[in-house]
Design a binder for this molecule. Structure first.
Ligand SMILES: [Zn+2]
Length: 475
């Protein structure tokens, strides 16, 4: 939400020269404001997604990214390249030069040229000021920044959840903007010495993933924030043909693959994992079951679940501190900060744990709302968790009973249960004669679908893996 305020404060110059096209365009955001906006949203991205704890990958992506940035139209921006700790396949840019790539996309990149092309595409968005100009247009139209958020924005302020960075990141660009970013990225990669064919290769892989990728309220996949890849491949081929760069041949596959081994695949145990309806945190040692059919999104500061098609109803799981001696006081203080007062409630035991469960009423952004909240203390007194069902009064029936069930499902994990949840990672394995993608997937315990495995190795499901070759698998 802060980004909106920044924009609203500075409606000064209406026109500026685009750094890429050299044309004058509507631009309500100066470069300094653009950088400021990006910096604030960067803090939100780091808070909600977290940085992938792998120094070697962060350095590698920074090195590749900075080589691209130096070839860009705006080499002097404070460029920053980050691998975020997200299992979804995506990459995105914030205004001002803040570029992100998810750890989830890494196993699907074939080589360094493809890494350069995905980063180059995002650099292209920043260079051409796509976000800044979109913010300007929305501002000029008086509609503010459209927040396509993980959770209804009204709850973000009330319950201290990260917000504006995600809004900026989910901005959908037009088809023309995407094509321009593709072309710009291809040009930067070629000028920096990479094979520009990395871009069509990457788009091809993403196109195959599109069929397989699911949507959720969490971080969207590239497919949801980008136009269909096949449309873009032809345009990019033209850009590749036009990039007269005889030295631009590097793909650096061995170097890239030396980084790929060990990359975490899927949910990370350090952030908690979603298994069906259950959210399990093996490090913090608890589990909670969400209602059947609800979308579960796990971010660094909260886990939220929402019923399909009901934006105003949610169950939110959050830590609320450890120090309090009296759970009822903790409950009332924490709910009152969010604008809620108690209607009824009492002490309970939930799977042997000390708890306080209450019904609350409040007003969020001029709408009357109800909340059913449980506060549960871990047996070693390390943390109190709040499990909160919230909705406008009109929709409260949707959430009250499911929230009561979710609160009642909170339980501690045994050491054995916690230890059983280990991170999956990418390893290389030799193909034996007679292997199929299905047999390779089965041999490692079906940790991924055979089709995903084939895509990860640049192949299709009906292809035959070559005996003796090294392939990526998830273990
Ligand atoms: Zn894009």
């Amino acid at each position: 939400m802060r980004a909106i305020v920044v924009v609203a404060l500075f409606l000064i110059s209406a026109c500026a020269t685009n750094p890429v096209t050299g044309k004058r365009e509507l631009m309500l955001v100066s470069e300094a404001q653009e950088i400021q906006m990006g910096r604030e949203a960067d803090a939100d991205v780091q808070k909600s997604m977290g940085v992938y704890a792998n120094a070697r990958w962060q350095q590698y992506v920074t090195d590749v990214g900075m080589r691209l940035a130096r070839q860009s139209h705006r080499p002097n921006l404070p460029w920053k390249f980050t691998v975020v700790d997200e299992p979804a396949v995506n990459a995105f840019a914030l205004p001002g030069g803040f570029i992100y790539i998810t750890r989830g996309i890494l196993p699907f990149l074939r080589d360094e040229a493809e890494l350069a092309s995905v980063l180059g595409h995002e650099v292209g968005h920043v260079d051409a000021r796509h976000s800044a100009s979109q913010v300007s247009k929305q501002q000029a139209a008086g509609i503010g920044l459209a927040l396509g958020s993980v959770l209804a924005p009204k709850y973000q302020d009330a319950f201290n959840l990260a917000g504006s960075g995600l809004g900026l990141m989910f901005l959908k660009f037009g088809r023309e903007d995407e094509l321009e970013a593709d072309t710009l990225g291809t040009g930067y990669a070629a000028r920096a010495g990479w094979d520009p064919a990395g871009m069509p290769g990457l788009l091809d892989t993403l196109a195959r993933l599109e069929g397989a990728s699911g949507s959720s309220r969490g971080v969207p996949h590239w497919a949801l924030t980008h136009p269909p890849a096949p449309e873009r491949v032809q345009k990019v081929q033209e850009a590749v043909a036009a990039s007269q760069s005889p030295t631009a041949i590097a793909r650096n596959r061995p170097e890239f693959e030396s980084h790929i081994a060990g990359v975490v695949f899927g949910d990370a145990r350090e952030k908690g994992v979603v298994r069906g309806r259950e959210f399990i945190h093996p490090v913090l040692r608890f589990a909670l079951t969400f209602p059947d059919g609800w979308d579960i999104a796990n971010s660094n500061d909260a886990v939220t679940a929402q019923p399909a098609g009901a934006d105003g109803a949610a169950i939110i799981l959050q830590p609320v501190g450890a120090a309090a001696s009296n759970l009822q006081v903790t409950a009332e203080t924490s709910m009152s900060k969010s604008g809620f007062s108690p209607v009824s409630g009492g002490a309970e035991r939930i799977h042997g744990l000390e708890a306080f469960v209450g019904l609350y009423e409040g007003v969020i952004q001029n709408t009357r709302a109800g909340a059913q909240a449980g506060f549960v203390r871990m047996s070693d007194r390390s943390m109190i968790y709040r499990v909160l069902g919230v909705a406008s009064s009109a929709q409260f029936d949707l959430v009250r009973a499911p929230a009561t069930a979710a609160i009642g499902s909170f339980r501690e994990l045994s050491t054995a249960e916690a230890d059983a949840i280990q991170n999956r990672q990418i390893v290389f394995q030799s193909v034996r004669s007679g292997d199929t993608w299905a047999s390779i997937a089965a041999a490692v315990g079906n940790t991924t679908k055979p089709s995903t495995l084939a895509i990860m190795n640049g192949e299709t499901l009906d292809s035959t893996p070559r005996p003796g070759s090294r392939v990526r698998v998830v273990r």
